[in-house]
Design a protein around this ligand. Structure first.
Ligand code: FAD
Ligand code: DHB
Length: 392
């Protein structure tokens, strides 16, 4: 067995793991990121697309802003569409903040490049990973090219997503799980078509939810609510476009431009939280600790927020020998996380068609949308959550 040593061993090269490694490096703290997949796999994985103002500010202030500033799309707000009409919410005017459309895999590419340029270590294609001894002297073991490795470290960053190994390695009885599943999923496509709206359109119809988003001046990203056990093979490109056009077209004739489908997939929806987000010297961050339904565009931003808190706590430990911020990591993150959970659940509940829904519920949902698009107080509440609540 080959032995390695670092200050912080990080499992997973998603937004959480890579940003943690980047932030620690800026504080002079060494880390090794260990990832199950290849570099090309993580750099091509199509996922989130909306960055909160705080995420954008962090990218810029840590030297990752150059390409983002050149290629991203800055949005003042979003549209909420119902009853065939689009209503604009101007976040900039309501909160002074904007949102930025920049694909998650572009953030990943920027982070990987920054880490490698700084001689950071990201170990790809690591198999059979396990974590141990995190109550005393943590180690991470894995195999690569048939060789077994053991990394000894002071702390482990469990950044390996919802299906990772870090959370299940915590002894039974330590974690409390809070969970909700939803009776629907999202079918998402990337299409080669110029966006026909400058900003996102969240749509409620009695056929179900649909979302118009984008990636660039020539690529549109669209989602439609479908049933959770839907087989993507039953959805031809024609069927997807027909359904999207039915849901998204508004009375004034606005509709998405149609074009070749570049990629498609189905994502299930859940709300999930474990408490606490730490055990001994293992700290869970991002999807490893919590999942939100995607309607509020929060998953990647939460992952970045967690590791911002964690990097400060670890840096405070090395600098001042104090464990206070480390001990407070979970409660600091969870206080904000639960508000983001609430917002994501609320957006999901308001905008989806529930199979149990009756005419009362339908009218109540329409009334809620009417309220949210006509009361300045309600609009401001949605806006301040969407652009991102402050970090403590
Ligand atoms: P991940 O990105 O899942 O990274 C975990 C990493 O760990 C992966 O690279 C994985 O390969 C690796 N790993 C797993 N197990 C192991 C192991 N055993 N050993 C080594 N490595 C391992 N969020 C938003 O903010 N805005 C959005 O608009 C948005 N839209 C979304 C749309 C879709 C369709 C989907 C699927 C998600 C969306 N999200 C959105 C959520 C967002 O993508 C996730 O919340 C985000 O990826 C979480 O980052 P993470 O680093 O915690 O986890
Ligand atoms: C996108 C994804 C979301 O979950 C969301 O709420 C808004 C936009 C996107 O992929 O562009």
């Amino acid at each position: 067995m080959k032995k390695l040593r670092t200050q912080v061993g990080i499992v997973g090269a998603g937004p959480a793991g890579l940003m943690l490694s980047h932030l620690l490096h800026l504080e002079g703290i060494e880390s090794i990121v260990i990832e199950a997949q290849s570099r090309s796999h993580i750099e091509g994985r199509v996922r989130a697309g909306v960055l909160e103002q705080g995420t954008v500010d962090l990218m810029r202030s840590t030297g990752l802003g150059e390409r983002m500033d050149r290629e991203s799309l800055r949005h003042r707000g979003v549209y909420l569409s119902f009853d065939g009409n689009r209503h604009h919410l101007d976040f900039r005017e309501l909160t002074g903040k904007c949102i930025t459309v920049y694909a998650q895999h572009e953030v990943i590419k920027d982070l990987v490049r920054a880490r490698l340029e700084a001689d950071g270590q990201i170990l790809f294609d690591a198999k059979h990973l396990s974590v141990a001894n995190f109550e005393s002297a943590p180690v991470i073991r894995y195999q690569q090219d048939g060789e077994t490795y053991e990394v000894a470290c002071d702390f482990i960053g469990g950044c390996d997503g919802f299906h990772g190994v870090c959370r299940p390695s915590i002894p039974e009885g330590v974690l409390n799980v809070f969970e909700r599943t939803y009776p629907f999923a999202w079918l998402g496509i990337l299409a080669e078509a110029a966006p026909s709206s400058e900003e996102l359109v969240y749509t409620y119809t009695d056929r179900g939810f649909a979302l118009f988003s984008m990636r660039s001046p020539s690529v549109t990203r669209l989602y439609l609510q479908c049933s959770p056990n839907e087989d993507i093979r039953n959805w031809s490109d024609d069927r997807i476009w027909k359904e999207l056009l039915q849901r998204l077209t508004t009375k004034d004739g606005w509709a998405p431009n149609v074009g070749p489908v570049l990629q498609k997939g189905i994502t299930d929806m859940r709300s999930f939280v474990v408490e606490p987000m730490q055990h001994g010297r293992l700290f869970l961050a991002g999807d490893a600790a919590h999942i939100v339904p995607p309607t509020g565009a929060k998953g990647m931003n939460l992952a970045i927020a967690d590791v911002t808190v964690l990097s400060r706590a670890i840096s405070n430990f090395y600098r001042n020998g104090s464990e206070d911020l480390l001990a407070a990591y979970s409660s600091t993150c969870l206080r904000r996380l639960w508000k983001v959970q609430r917002f994501s659940w609320w957006m999901t509940a308001m905008l989806h068609h529930w199979e149990t829904q009756n005419e009362f519920d339908h009218r109540r949902q329409l009334a809620e949308l009417d309220y949210v698009t006509s009361s300045r107080a309600a609009m401001t509440s949605l806006a301040e959550n969407y652009v991102g609540l402050p970090l403590e």
